[in-house]
Design a protein around this ligand. Structure first.
Ligand code: NAP
Length: 283
């Protein structure tokens, strides 16, 4: 089984980003990471994103807010980030605390700065197959992993486990745009094993540690593991039992070291694209 390493895909996206940066004539784009509270997962994601942006030669401003901030006050502060001309793109860490409506914040987000495709306009564009908006970074990272490894998508049977708005649903649309035949599975899917084995490309995005073993994998399938979980011994792992599928799959992404590394690289690419779109709009 060939291991599809995220670092290699990320390095290629980095080269692309360097090329785009040249067009900005010295201006370094800035990302705002918006976080409410001090959830350890958010802090760890934030650290990873800051490191990646700096490695790509980009600027980051971390905007942390207290866990008990009220919606009205948060929206007021969020609007000022939206309007800040020195901020080119925004990443909002989620889930938000219960007192703040996700819908309200998503509606507030300026689509041109919405690098992770959460605003209604960007979501609509993903579903319409319109590439002028930003798709959510993780589904786009899955497509990047396939394309950068020269794995054809057109005409392939793609099975996705998970139907969230963060991964499964938008990914199904991106795959359709790439001319795949897509099946989306979830907790009510009957005979999940059989459905998964149909996939020439199987994408796991269920958030269940090592749930998919070789019984779920078609012979010579390409397996993309989006899951980030902690196993019984406290170690980071994906949704796929990586060791168990070695003799069954043709290729697979590991966790850690797979899709996650590509997701932040896609975020960096979106940031530079957002800055370029603004520059072109001002010319
Ligand atoms: P989520 O909102 O919890 O959605 C999980 C989806 O999987 C749901 O649609 C659920 O079905 C389905 N599912 C759960 N258990 C299942 C089962 N036993 N059989 C069939 N379907 C099942 O999670 P998410 O936000 O999409 O994230 C999924 C995973 O990806 C998590 O591990 C998350 O940490 C990871 N993730 C990784 C990245 C990255 O950059 N690599 C980014 C985002 C998320 P129902 O709809 O029927 O409940």
């Amino acid at each position: 089984m060939v291991v599809l390493k995220g670092a290699e895909v990320s390095a290629r996206i980095r080269e692309e980003v360097q090329g785009l940066l040249g067009e900005l004539e010295g201006r370094i784009p800035q990302l705002a990471i918006v976080r409410i509270g001090e959830n350890p997962e958010d802090l760890s994601y934030e650290r990873g994103a800051v490191k990646k942006m700096e490695n790509f030669g980009l600027r980051v401003k971390c905007c942390g807010f207290p866990a008990d901030i009220q919606e009205e006050e948060f929206l007021r502060q969020f609007r000022s980030i939206n309007e800040d001309p020195d901020i080119d793109g925004i990443l909002l860490l989620r889930p938000l605390p219960p007192q703040i409506s996700s819908r309200a914040v998503e509606a507030e987000m300026v689509p041109e700065k919405d690098l992770d495709g959460i605003s209604p306009i960007n979501i609509a564009k993903v579903f319409a197959g319109d590439e002028t908006g930003f798709a959510p970074c993780t589904p786009e990272a899955v497509v990047e992993v396939l394309k950068q490894n020269q794995i054809p998508i057109t005409g392939k049977r793609v099975v996705i486990v998970g139907r969230s708005m963060v991964v499964g649903k938008p990914l199904s649309m991106l795959m359709l745009k790439e001319n795949a035949t897509v099946t989306v599975c979830h907790t009510r899917t009957r005979n999940l094993k059989e459905a998964c084995r149909e996939g020439e490309i199987l994408v796991a995005a269920a958030g269940r540690a090592k749930m998919l073993n070789q019984e779920y994998v078609g012979k010579e399938a390409v397996v993309i593991d989006v899951g980030i979980n902690v196993d019984d011994s406290g170690k980071l792992c994906g949704d796929v039992d990586f060791a168990d599928i070695q003799d069954r799959a043709a290729m697979a992404t590991p966790v850690p070291g797979g899709v996650g590394a590509v997701t932040t690289a896609v975020l960096a690419k979106h940031l530079v694209q957002a800055a370029l779109m603004r520059k072109r709009g001002q010319e």
